[in-house]
Design a protein around this ligand. Structure first.
Ligand code: AMP
Ligand code: ZN
Length: 466
């Protein structure tokens, strides 16, 4: 079965055909870096990471770009509040974001371009729109002329008339039409600015993605993604900007994830029910959060609650236990030799099941069912007294292949507890005493690998985490 993805642009599941065979150009709108990310922000981060990992598992070479909005109104306000500069604020929260998503096992993007590194490209893009009459200057601001782009509304399926009704009547005499949006904002006194043909100012929000997509990926890309709230206005505006300049579709497939709610309520500042990812992963293993995210289809709303986390914890434990058990049995397996055909056939059919489900618009909950089928087969096999090491290896390899996409397993001893560290240090000291240098080195390497550093002091060995 070939990969099918639901395209917001056509409201249909479509066969995925990349522009260039074997390669995928993918862009996901990233965060505005003015605070720590909350668990809702984790949904696009994790989902699109899984999309990318899955495509890679299917032998695609993926160019994955996700941006940082490092200057905008919110950034300026927050920097003022914190009495720091906008670039300082950005540095702090970019570092925090990268740290958070790394804890969640998200693979590094090919590139994380920033607005402030692309000002010239943004100005050039706006100038091209002005040149083509798709944009106009008004007292130092530049606006997009939506009435000129006949496709405006095609992504969110609204026509201009509906859009005009939907817009709050805000009196802004600089705009020709209320739905026109800002491309360049004149700086107010004291605000960060760049020089431009329209005076000192900064980019509007939407233009950065058009400029970066064109610069880093080209005129048309394969996949453009983000949370569903970005469909309108953000992605609608990106399409209007890019397609007016290039005359080509901006992206062939538009993917949007649904929202994460908390206790069946929207997460919102006024309800004060937001939870930061960095706080959550002090309470639960990051893999549990990932598993929980993937336990619903990305286009369905997902509810975060103590109960749903408990379920995710238990379910993931079953998978992790089976994995640990397989590795343990591999170490002690006696028999080797050809694997029974029954096992290889079963593994093949479970692997096909996983791929079929992922090919069906990234149906992760059903793909996880295939993981449980594998776990059940493995557990059954391991009940035998004598197991074939080759067979156990195949079970492990299959589970690890699934995990290359899902990223939900921990390696044994992933997180060493304090007591385990102390035990290992004692064992190392004893190994040295008995001149078992090989074991002593092995222990030191294992600790280093886990980010534990040893220090010889007159009081004995001290250890610290990196
Ligand atoms: P924001 O920080 O609100 O600009 O959002 C950054 C990304 O997170 C965007 O792709 C949003 O669509 C997404 N996002 C924000 N809140 C949620 C939520 N509760 N559930 C899922 N995605 C969200
Ligand atoms: Zn964007």
């Amino acid at each position: 079965m070939t990969l099918k993805v639901y395209n917001t642009l056509t409201r249909k599941k479509e066969e995925f055909i990349p522009i260039e065979p074997g390669k995928v150009k993918m862009y996901v709108c990233g965060p505005t870096v003015y605070n720590y990310i909350h668990i809702g922000n984790g949904r696009p981060v994790i989902f699109f990471d899984v999309v990318r990992r899955y495509l890679e598992s299917q032998q695609y070479e993926v160019n994955y770009i996700t941006n940082f909005t490092d200057v905008d109104d919110k950034m300026i306000r927050k920097a003022e509040e914190m009495a720091v500069s906008v670039p300082e604020l950005a540095e702090t929260f970019i570092a925090a974001f990268l740290e958070d998503i790394q804890s969640l096992g998200v693979h590094e993007a090919t590139l994380n371009p920033r607005v402030t590194e692309n000002i010239q490209e943004i100005i050039d893009f706006i100038a091209a729109l002005v040149e083509k009459d798709f944009a106009y200057e008004a007292r130092g601001d530049v606006y997009y002329r939506t009435s000129k782009f006949t496709d405006y509304g095609k992504l969110s399926k609204q026509n201009l008339e509906e859009l005009q009704h939907g817009i709050r009547i805000e009196v802004d005499e600089r705009k020709e039409n209320p739905q026109d949006f800002v491309l360049w904002k004149a700086a107010k006194p004291g605000e960060i600015y760049w020089d431009s043909p329209w005076g000192q100012g900064r980019p509007g929000w939407h233009i950065e993605c058009s400029a970066m997509v064109r610069k880093y990926l080209g005129e048309t890309i394969d996949i453009h993604g983000g949370g569903q709230d970005l469909t309108f206005p953000h992605h609608e505006c990106e399409i209007a900007q890019t397609e007016a300049v290039t005359g080509h579709p901006m992206a062939n497939y538009w993917l949007h994830n649904a929202f994460l709610n908390i206790d069946n309520e929207k997460m919102s500042k006024s309800l004060g029910n937001g939870i930061l990812i960095r706080d959550l992963i002090k309470q639960i293993k990051p893999q549990v959060f990932r598993f929980f995210m993937l336990s619903a289809h990305y286009r369905n709303p997902l509810n975060f609650s103590d109960e749903s986390l408990k379920q995710a914890t238990n379910a993931l434990e079953r998978i992790q236990n089976a994995y640990d058990n397989m590795k343990h049995r591999l170490a002690t397996a006696s028999a080797t030799g050809e694997v029974e055909a029954g096992i290889t056939d079963k593994l093949q059919s479970i692997s096909n099941q996983f791929v079929d489900k992922m090919n069906d618009d990234f149906n992760t909950p059903d793909a996880i069912t295939a993981v449980f089928d594998l776990v059940a087969e493995a557990n059954l096999y391991l009940q035998q007294e004598r197991v074939n090491a080759e067979a156990v290896k195949l079970f492990i390899e299959q589970l690890e292949a699934f995990d290359a996409t899902l990223g939900i397993l921990s390696q044994q001893g992933d997180e060493l507890l304090d007591e385990e560290i102390e035990q290992l240090i004692i064992e190392r000291t004893e190994s040295r005493k008995s001149k078992n240098w090989a074991r002593a080195d092995e222990i030191r390497d294992r600790l280093t690998e886990k980010g534990i550093f040893l220090e010889d002091t007159p009081q004995g060995i001290r250890w610290r985490r990196k």
